[in-house]
Structure formats: structure tokens, C-alpha cells
Write a protein that binds this ligand. Structure first.
Ligand code: HEM
Length: 148
């Protein structure tokens, strides 16, 4: 099994990066929808539209992409357990755990919007939108540069 994974390692890594792109695209789009949702008239046509878009984005793209990112990472770690001891991997793991926690928090906020609530403020979601991007930068630089 490990030999098979090692021979397929470049393919697994490439698919991991593709899944990361889908995950991050969704993670940066969902708070934008929350911003527009805040501007929509309560109980109006636009509000129903945003509820549908937020649900489809989360369940159709963000959730499956995150599962793929972690599953493919698990295969790489099983194939190459020495990675667990690498300093860069520890920093990266902290960054991607933080992104995953924000993912869970976005899912909670989405449910609140679906119930007709308006969690936080428009300005809040504009600012928070940048956090997963900055954490993703840490993950990319650690994974590619492996500085320590
Ligand atoms: C936003 C999230 C993530 C980003 C941007 C990211 C980015 C990357 C990149 C660019 C690589 C290729 C590095 C290379 O050039 O060899 C990579 C590999 C890898 N990633 Fe991720 N990743 C993310 C999430 C995760 C998660 C959640 C894990 C789980 C522990 C993980 C574990 C790994 C592992 C084990 C490798 C292989 C490293 C190697 O063999 O050198 N990644 N990741």
C-alpha cells in the first residue's frame, strides 16, 4: 500500500493542490455573499436568493473540497510519515487547522442567515474575508519552501 502511494505521490500532491484551490475559492467567496446578504431587504427576493447561493456554495464546493484536501493529505502523510517531524509541517498544520475552524464558523453563520438572522455586520464580513487568505499564504510558503 505504501509503495503504491509513493509511486502515485506526485498525482496525489497535484490533486491536493487542486482541492486547496477550490476550498480557498469558496472560503473567500462565502463572506462576500454574507456582505451582500446584509444589504438585502429582510424577507425579500434577494434574501432568499442569497440563502440558496450560500447553501449551494458551502455544501456543493467548500465542504467536499475541504474533505478532499484533508483526505489527500492523509494519504501523503501515510506514505511519508517522516513529515510529522518537520518544523515547517507543524507551522502549516497550525495554519490549516485555523482555516478549518473558520470553515466551521462560516457554516454556523450560514445557518443563522438561513434562519433569517443577520449575524455580525457587513463591515465585519469584509474584514474577516482576508483572514483565510493570509493563513493560506502561510500554508503555501511552508509547504513549498520548507524553511525549517
Ligand atoms: C489552505 C490549505 C492548504 C494549502 C494552501 C496547502 C498547500 C500545499 C502545497 C502547495 C503543497 C505542495 C508542496 C510541495 O511543493 O511539495 C502541499 C503538500 C502537502 N500538504 Fe498541503 N495545503 C493545504 C492544506 C493541507 C492540509 C489540511 C494538510 C493536512 C495535514 C496538508 C498536508 C500536506 C502534505 C502532507 C503535503 C506533502 C508535502 C511534501 O510531500 O512535501 N495540506 N500542500
Amino acid at each position: 500500500m505504501r509503495d503504491l502511494l509513493l509511486s502515485a505521490y506526485p498525482l496525489i500532491k497535484a490533486t491536493h493542490i487542486a482541492a486547496v484551490i477550490a476550498w480557498m475559492a469558496g472560503m473567500m467567496y462565502l463572506p462576500r455573499l454574507f456582505v451582500y446578504h446584509h444589504q438585502a431587504e429582510k424577507g425579500g427576493e434577494a434574501e432568499r436568493f442569497f440563502v440558496t447561493m450560500e447553501r449551494r456554495l458551502l455544501k456543493g464546493i467548500i465542504n467536499p473540497a475541504m474533505i478532499a484536501v484533508w483526505a489527500l493529505a492523509g494519504l501523503m502523510l501515510y506514505a511519508n510519515p517522516a513529515l510529522f517531524g518537520a518544523g515547517w509541517f507543524h507551522v502549516k498544520l497550525a495554519a490549516v487547522l485555523a482555516i478549518s475552524a473558520i470553515h466551521g464558523w462560516y457554516a454556523q453563520a450560514r445557518r443563522a442567515f438561513e434562519r433569517g438572522e443577520r449575524p455580525r455586520s457587513e463591515k465585519f464580513w469584509r474584514i474577516v474575508n482576508e483572514v483565510p487568505f493570509l493563513l493560506m499564504l502561510v500554508a503555501v510558503f511552508m509547504a513549498v519552501l520548507k524553511p525549517f
